[in-house]
Design a binder for this molecule. Structure first.
Ligand code: SAH
Length: 355
């Protein structure tokens, strides 16, 4: 596996699953209960350094430190919204890459939106994360680390996870899958898979693969258009997969997992908010057991997409509702803290350029 490079490089210990870590500890001559203790330090007590593992001997801590690395996910900036219970975190990784995560507090619990890649290569026209392209995939430990750092900082349990930050999770499939297994593992934070949502731009073969993994996570599909032609104009990935194939893959996911998919639709003024879009969306979704989430597009400086007026967005939603579609408008949060879609990371990249 790509996380476990040996040849002189310290291994990324946080990316080892429970059974994998026990096997690894056995391999280096340690008793299985040591592996259990170490897993608990890493994934329950959220230790950031081997020196914190006080029930291990100093010799063992030093041995571990010589062979393994706890990859850094360090808070570089934290912005707390004055408008709603939302916080944004900019994290610095071991190699200097920057990623962002958002914490949203709800009545039902604390939800964290994490990034799955540094940058993204999907190129969606309205998305700030697409602008700089893909830097690299995140390791499983770096996806876990975003949640671990936030839970530790706020001193409260994280109960929900959305993989909707920067990056395309299905373009980093193995590390993403390992992340889902580990964050829901009973030996770690044990977050229910039913409280995890992963959003994809629609990589058809990977959606089908995910459907067969025996998971209970919710799939969110970034639809954004009601027909193939419009979708292609907004999302380059639609050049690879026809809308009909994407919809069939979502049906397959629902059949295999019993989890009702969510469709996300960024409302863009004059582009996908007309009466013909209501008609086409209705035809596309009315016979499907699904939920449609409308997101008035967040304007990105480098792009000239505008969001419809509140009144028009509401009218769009009401028409769909009348047509029997299960639809909501996503409530905006953290707009005063670059809360949306890769904006904090971009701001950071811009200030670096100016220096
Ligand atoms: N790559 C995944 C997940 C990351 S983006 C995906 O494409 O789904 C998370 C969601 O935010 C996606 O639905 C994406 O299309 C949407 N999004 C990106 N930029 C946006 C913007 N400027 N305004 C509104 N939604 C945006």
């Amino acid at each position: 596996m790509e996380n476990y490079i040996e040849n002189g490089i310290k291994k990324d210990i946080v990316s080892f699953g429970y059974e994998e870590l026990l096997a690894e500890m056995e391999r280096i001559g340690e008793k299985p209960f040591r592996g259990k203790q170490i897993y608990s330090w890493l994934h329950e007590k959220l230790a950031e350094d081997f020196s914190q593992m006080t029930n291990l001997s100093v010799a063992l801590r030093e041995k571990l430190d010589g062979m393994y690395e706890i990859k850094k996910v360090e808070v570089a900036a934290r912005q707390i919204s004055k408008k709603d219970p939302t916080e944004k975190f900019l994290f610095a990784l071991s190699d200097g890459s920057m990623i962002e995560s958002v914490l949203m507090k709800y009545d039902y619990g604390n939800s964290v939106c994490i990034s799955s890649q540094a940058g993204c290569r999907m190129g969606c026209r309205f998305c700030a994360s697409a602008i700089g392209g893909l830097e690299r995939n995140l390791l499983t430990s770096e996806m876990l680390g975003q949640i671990y750092r936030i839970q530790k900082l706020i001193g409260e349990r994280i109960s929900n996870v959305v993989v909707m930050g920067t990056g395309e999770p299905l373009d980093n499939y193995d590390n993403f899958l390992q992340f889902v297994r580990m964050i829901s593992d009973e030996h770690g934070l044990h977050i229910s898979q039913r409280n995890i949502t992963a959003s994809t731009c629609g990589i058809v073969p990977e959606i089908k693969r995910l459907a067969g993994e025996g998971l209970q996570i919710t799939l969110a599909l970034s639809l954004h258009a009601s027909n193939q032609e419009k979708r292609r104009a907004l999302m380059p990935v639609a050049n690879r997969y026809e809308l009909s194939e994407v919809m069939a893959a979502c049906d397959d996911y629902f059949e295999k997992t019993g989890r009702r998919p969510t469709f996300e639709y960024s409302l863009v003024k004059g582009v996908n908010d007309g009466p013909e879009d209501v008609r086409e969306l209705t035809a596309l979704l009315s016979r499907r057991n699904c939920h449609l989430n409308l997101i008035p597009v967040n304007p990105v400086e480098e792009r000239d997409f505008e969001r419809p007026d509140r009144k028009n967005a509401l009218a769009f939603k009401n028409k769909l509702e009348k047509n029997g579609i299960n639809v909501t408008i996503r409530r905006e949060r953290g707009s005063d803290i670059d809360g949306a879609c890769g904006q904090l990371r971009r701001r950071y990249a811009d200030t670096k350029k100016e220096k």
